[in-house]
Design a protein around this ligand. Structure first.
Ligand code: 13P
Length: 249
């Protein structure tokens, strides 16, 4: 039995004061629910949100990290800094970072190895563009990203990764993958992971992300291989985020 996990990716939204207001709202609405819940605010809010979450079961995640533990990397944030700020999770390889910050599979691979070594739970994002989908390249692109991320990482460690399938064309567009489209790719990913991890692939959680809203979450989360969601826009509203979390019950 895989425990559903719903994470909010706040992207570049919320000052520390705004973040506390949002997290207080979420806390009161999701208390006691048997879903693993994570919020991923910007770096500048992590410690403040961590303090606000002290009396809650909600986990804290960052949206990115560097692949080295320390060093001369101006403007970067390390895994140890995230741990010290109270993080247990980190998003890696989000499509916006692949698109705007030049992150490729080998970089994601180095970050993933570093996160696992540090003891953070990585949520690794993969997904095809509309052009790639229309060219019939979904399998090649998505499984290429999954394989690239875990290359050289020992199966025991790789089994701890949470995956997020986020078709790029569904992110922030209001166009959601249908439950059948998402399930097809999730099943493909689990089958591929089984080739690397064996039976442990049955325990791996794969989230869906891309325009998840309270209206479509239940149908998506009801699919056999969809184990929760990675939520962008709707995670910035406590009521909507809580409704999505409840859809994962
Ligand atoms: P939206 O939910 O706004 O489409 O964003 C999804 C996403 O990118 C989460 O990481």
């Amino acid at each position: 039995m895989r425990r559903p996990i719903v994470a909010g990716n706040w992207k570049m939204h919320k000052t520390a004061a705004e973040a506390v207001e949002l997290v207080e709202g979420i806390k009161s609405l999701v208390a006691g629910l048997d879903v693993e819940i994570v919020v991923c605010p910007p770096f500048t809010c992590l410690e403040t949100v961590c303090a606000a979450l002290a009396d809650s079961a909600i986990g804290l995640g960052a949206q990115n990290m560097h692949w080295e533990r320390q060093g001369a990397f101006t403007g970067e944030i390390s895994s140890d800094m995230l741990l010290a700020a109270g993080c247990s999770y980190v998003l890696l390889g989000h499509s916006e970072r692949r698109q705007f910050c030049g992150e490729d599979d080998s970089l994601v691979n180095r970050k993933l190895a570093c996160a696992l070594q540090a003891g953070l739970c990585p949520i690794v994002c993969v997904g095809e563009t509309l052009q790639e989908r229309e060219a019939g390249r979904i399998e090649e692109v998505v499984l290429g990203q999954v394989g690239g991320a875990i290359a050289g990482i020992e199966a025991g460690a790789a089994s701890a990764v949470v995956w997020a399938y986020e078709p790029v064309w569904a992110i922030g567009t209001g166009v959601t993958a249908t439950a059948a489209q998402a399930e097809e790719v999730h099943a493909m990913m689990r089958h591929f992971l089984a080739g690397h991890l064996g039976k442990a692939a049955d325990e791996v959680r794969i989230q869906y992300g891309g325009s998840v809203k309270p209206e479509n979450a239940a149908e998506l989360f009801a699919q056999a291989n969809i184990d929760g969601g990675l939520i962008g826009g709707a995670a910035l509203d406590a009521g909507q985020f809580a409704a999505i979390v409840k859809a994962a019950l």
